[in-house]
Design a protein around this ligand. Sequence first.
Ligand code: XIL
Length: 452
Amino acid sequence: MGRMTRREVLAMGRDLGAGLAAGAMLPLAGCRHGGKAAAGPMSQSMVLAPSATAVGLGSLKAHAVNANLLYGCAVDVKQLRADQHYGALVAEQSSIIVPENAMKWAALRPTPELFDFADADYLVDYAERNNTKLRGHCLVWHEARPKWFDSVVYQGNARQIFTEHIGTVAGRYSGRMHSWDVVNEAIDVKDQRADGLRVTPWLQLLGPDYIEMAYKTARAADPSALLTYNDYGLEMDDAASEQKRAAVLVMLRRLKTRNVPIDAMGIQSHLTAEGFNAAPRRYAGLMAFISELSGMGLQVFLTEMDVNDGALAGDELQRSHAVAQTYHNYLTTVLGNKSVKAVLTWGITNKNTWLNYDKRFLRGDGHQQQPLPFDGEYRATPAFFAMRDAFDGRGMVAPVASSAQEADPYAPFTPHAAGDMPVKPVVAPTVQSAPVPAGPASTLPAMPTTGK
Ligand code: XIL
């Protein structure tokens, strides 16, 4: 797949507009799931429907099935409780979800003595009702510590509090989780330790073996979840990413050598948008890293994908296409390795993304970032079509011969010779996608078990 030309970018904007207009008056897909307002004027004024081509067989999860992939997103449980349309969109698109915050210590531990599972339980229940797999995130992290943490936890009780938390949380949902991010973001080469470990409260309280302890405790509490190590800053072709990848590999090899139960690597995939005129990124170091992971028998998940356009000027449409191009280049590259089993975006709509409320990421010009596959009115964005096309390109769909180009519903991402036919409007796919099984979650692409 080549870069989009300017003509293709513009054509894509037109196509997208046409698709959205066609879908604008449809009842919301989610209303099939029990909503009663589908035909009423309220539903139309409250929220626009997703593009007709983006639901059912056109959804990300349906196209992911064909690519032997799970697709899903991080879910904001507060919004899930408040907005049935959001819940419908997430279920329509996702075969796997992860709580954005509801399973972090700060959410689960109002006091040192208490666990509050209300939001976490709500999400587990939602996932099961919708036949959606669930990732747990995260049992150990240096951030999202409860307010009481630093004044309560000390060397004398740290081990007990640490193992109790992991055992209680992983144990509560044992047998119901696809995977757990057991340890999140434990590597930071800037902290200058020989082992590459980030200097965190847990490292200081328990020493470097806290990592091993976490995985063993999690396995004992939930023998069937795929135990994952999750981190960011691994993706780029630069020295910082290269050093971090090397340090992660050293840690993972050590864990494997010591028979620590670990099954998967989560590559967060928080990306910045590629520049309008920049050469496409190659991700050569990342691909070598993924090969190493695969050679160690680890599955790979892209766990928190989004694309930050904060460094780009340009109008909204131009930026949304740069974001889409970034998705497309990244996913077509990374999905080339068959060990990659799941892609999750960090949120699903541009209205509800940390990039638009975390002060570190707000655009200087006051415009909204557009990092995700749907906009604030639940319409598919260029990033949606880019992801879907990348899924289709993974090889489960018969290779598209040049004569088939005309029938390609995702033509904006198909390289065109100068002067050839105009780009086709985005229409329902003619390439047949397998329907998403309506049965239990286990009928989705088989995830190897942990062997337990
Ligand atoms: C972020 C959430 O999106 C925010 O709502 C919260 O305020 C901070 O945490 N890496 C991770 C995620 O592993 O848990 C973080 O989520 C984003 C970076």
